[in-house]
Design a protein around this ligand. Structure first.
Ligand code: 13P
Ligand code: SF4
Length: 302
């Protein structure tokens, strides 16, 4: 362990802190995190961990969700500018317009969203539980926000529902094209194609497996295949290689890096723990309103 990692270990003990990291952050941060996972897993860990401080190596909506669920604990973010652009890609007027237009409507909000958007929604979902949650909802009409692509993927599997889509997107996943995937498959015909549902439908249709970051890692680990074309952010390679040292993973394009996730470094994890800065603060009314949608997700998904 190098000096910086030792310093972080020491600070975690001093502060009684737990370090959570998403699969898209740098390898060095994943290596020293107490828990690494997808958005759903990390939300559950934040809830069950009893440490005084949660240091969240991820983007704003992740720290915000941890704070919404844990108001009495201190949640700190290594870089306050690490934000997911998709989290802002719907406005409250649009939600209200759709509410006015449809009876029997559920506003289903991807966890990649601001606390304010969550507070106007009925239930949150992540890519690993969206299918189960939307399927179980009594409402026929589903306004899926903010991500159009995850919405269309879930919608394609649930024809009994009437989906209304929003035009939000993840620039990392939509940079992967069907042409990229076909070329990668030509170059590696034995490889299986693993796709995150934030990709566009023409990419999803080429997949051998579609799922969240954890889903992709679990699928590759269980598969008899030994080569895989990875259609998501390349941070997942760290865990894929840890779990599967004898398997080969190919990236599909050249832009599979989330610049916001990559803002998290060992240095800013250390500085944040040392100075206890970048604490997530939320207005209490907003927190309670946003919590309803997260609680509903946790209740249905368990
Ligand atoms: P999951 O880890 O839940 O699949 O989410 C992917 C993502 O884009 C997080 O920002
Ligand atoms: Fe947002 Fe996409 Fe980055 Fe995830 S990978 S944080 S969805 S921009």
């Amino acid at each position: 362990m190098d000096n910086l990692a030792k310093e972080i270990e020491e600070l975690k003990r001093e502060r009684n802190a737990v370090l959570l990291a998403h699969y898209y952050v740098d390898d060095a941060v994943q290596e020293i995190a107490d828990y690494v996972g997808d958005s759903y897993y990390l939300a559950k860990v934040a809830l069950k961990e009893s440490k005084d401080v949660i240091c969240f190596a991820g983007v704003s909506f992740m720290g915000e969700s941890a704070k919404i669920l844990n108001p009495d604990r201190t949640v700190i973010m290594p870089d306050q500018l690490a934000d997911c652009p998709m989290a802002h890609m719907v406005d409250l007027d649009k939600i209200q317009k759709v509410r006015d237009e449809y009876d029997d409507l559920a506003v289903v909000c991807y966890i990649n969203s601001t606390a304010e958007i969550k507070s106007y929604s009925d239930v949150c979902v992540t890519s690993s539980n969206a299918m189960k949650i939307v399927k179980s909802l009594p409402q026929k009409n589903i306004f899926f926000i903010p991500d159009e692509n995850l919405g269309r993927y879930i919608g394609s599997k649930l024809p009994e529902k009437n989906f209304i889509y929003n035009d939000g997107f993840c620039h990392v996943h939509t940079s992967i094209t069907a042409d990229n995937v076909k070329k990668a498959k030509e170059a590696h015909p034995d490889a299986e194609i693993l796709v995150h549902p934030e990709c566009t439908m023409d990419v999803v249709e080429l997949a051998d497996y579609v799922g969240s970051t954890s889903g992709i890692i679990d699928y590759a680990t269980a598969s008899d295949a030994d080569k895989f074309i990875i259609c998501t952010e390349m941070g997942v390679l760290y865990e894929l290689k840890q779990k599967n040292p004898n398997k080969t993973f190919y990236s599909v394009g050249h832009r599979q890096f989330c610049p916001n996730m990559k803002r998290i470094t060992l240095e800013n994890v250390r500085d944040t723990l040392r100075d206890m800065k970048n604490q997530v603060e939320l207005d209490e009314t907003l927190r309670l309103d946003a919590k309803k949608a997260l609680d509903e997700m946790l209740r249905i998904a368990q």
